[in-house]
Design a protein around this ligand. Structure first.
Ligand code: FES
Ligand code: FES
Length: 162
């Protein structure tokens, strides 16, 4: 059976959009194909790797498991929406400073999850970082650098008053 079409409005990175989507359109496809926000990656496509993580009203979701229709009327933040006034977000700066990536395929997902973590727990313990990021997979296995990046980002956000 053909998927039905519907019109939705949603806000992505502070910009409102009105789009016609099919009922089975995934948020990941809407971001990458319709809005050309290709910083959100498709890894496993089955909710396992975290590469497709975006924030939906500030909470992390796997965009490969989220229907675009579920985002109607909500605010989505992608990696492209973190920088302000041409300046990278402190979490992005921290990942660069600590070299928290190698091939970087997983990095936008890790950065979005790190932002969500530090919004929720500003000064997390190492155990809390490991637990929160446990659903994000890095095939290059740069986990010690990623851990340092999260701790660095936490200090940066505290220093600027968050
Ligand atoms: S691509 Fe969505 S969790 Fe892997
Ligand atoms: S840096 Fe290559 S998968 Fe994470």
């Amino acid at each position: 059976m053909e998927a039905m079409e519907r019109q939705i409005r949603l806000t992505v990175n502070g910009q409102e959009h009105e789009l016609t989507i099919r009922d089975n359109t995934l948020l990941l496809w809407l971001l990458r194909d319709d809005l050309k926000l290709v910083g959100t990656r498709e890894g496993c496509g089955t909710g396992v790797c975290g590469a497709c993580t975006v924030l939906l009203d500030g909470r992390p979701v796997n965009s490969c498991l989220t229907l675009a229709a579920q985002a109607a009327g909500h605010h989505v933040t992608t990696i492209e929406g973190l920088a302000t006034n041409g300046r990278l977000h402190p979490v992005q700066e921290a990942y660069i400073e600590e070299r928290g990536f190698q091939c970087a395929f997983c990095t936008s997902g890790f950065i979005m999850m790190t932002k969500a973590l530090l919004d929720e727990i500003p000064n997390p313990s190492e155990e809390e970082v490991r637990e929160y990021l446990s659903e994000n997979i890095c095939r290059c296995a740069g986990y010690p650098d990623i851990l340092r990046a999260v701790q660095n980002a936490s200090r940066k956000l505290a220093a600027r008053g968050r």
